[in-house]
Design a protein around this ligand. Sequence first.
Ligand SMILES: [Ca+2]
Length: 333
Amino acid sequence: MIMRSSILACLLITILASCGSPEVSEVEVEAPAQPASKKIPVILDTDIGTDIDDTWALALLLSLPELDLKLVVSDHGDTVMRARIAAKLLEAAGRTDVAVGVGKKLSDAFVPQSSWVDDYTLEQYPGTVHEDGIGAMIDLIMNSEEPVTLIPIGPVPNIKEALEREPRIAEKARIVSMSGSVDEGYGEGSEPDPEYNVKEDALATRAMYEAPWDVLIAPLDTAGRVQLKGADYQKILQSQKPVIKALIENYRIWAQNIDWTQADPDTASSTLFDALAVTLVTSPEFCVIEEVQIEVTDDGFTRREEGGKTIRAALGWNDKAGFETWLADQLTK
Ligand SMILES: [Ca+2]
C-alpha cells in the first residue's frame, strides 16, 4: 500500500516534471495512504544510571503508542556506561529497533546502576550503536520529515554541543525537558533550588533554553512531586512485563548504591522526575502549563526574569492522582 502510493507519487512527479503546465486534474491519483506512522519522532537524551527515574522514563516512553522513539543518547558523565544500560533495557523491552548513541563523555564518575550491565557491552546490542551520539542526533533531526521532539532528562552538554555543531536543529526540533525550578524547589512549598540537571551544566542549560525552538519544561514544581505508592506501585511490582521486571531489578540495585535519598523498592518508587517530562509530550493536560520568561543563572537557578527566554513550564497540577494512576497503568499494560 505504502509502496504503491510512493510509486504513484513518483509517477505524478514525473508527469508534472515532464509537462510544462501541471494538469493535475488529468492524473488519477489515489488518496494518499496513511504514512507508515503518524507517530511523533522522538529522541531521548538521558543520564540514565545515576537516578533511577530515567529508567522509568524510558520504560514509559516505550509504552506510549503516540511516540516513535528513534534514538536514545547518553548524556553527562560516563556516557559509555549509560549507553550500555539503555541498550540492555531496550533489548529487554524487545525494542532493538531503537538506535543507541554515546554522548559526550565527561568523566568516569560512578554510575549506581552499573552492576546491572556487568555482563553487557555495547557490542552485544543487536541494534545500531552510534559512537558519536551527538552527530546521530543532529543527522536524525536534520533528515526528519516531521519535526522531532527532543526529550532531555539529564544535564545537557550534548544539547549545547549539538547546537554549536548545527544551529539549524533548532528549526526542526522542539524540547520537552525535565529541567529547572521556577516557583518551588525540592521540597513541596519550598523556595526554588538550583535543580540538578541545570546546576551540573548551567551554560548548557542556558544554551538549550535560549535556542530558537519551543521549550517546555517539567520543573521541580511538578516533576519533583511524582511518586508511585500504594495500589499504583503494587501494579508495577506485580507486572510480568519484561521491561518492568528489568526496571525493578535496576531499582533494587540502585537503592543499594545511593545515599542521597531514601528508597524502598518493596513499597514505593522514588521521585519520578523524568517520567513527567515524557508525559508532557503526549498528555500535558495532567498539568497546568504556563508561559514564563526565564533566565538561567550561572549557579543553576531558573528564575522568572522579564526579558528572559519565553518558555512553557508545567507549574501545577490539574490531576496529580489521576496522572500517577495513568502512569502505573501505562507502564504495565
Ligand atoms: Ca535524569
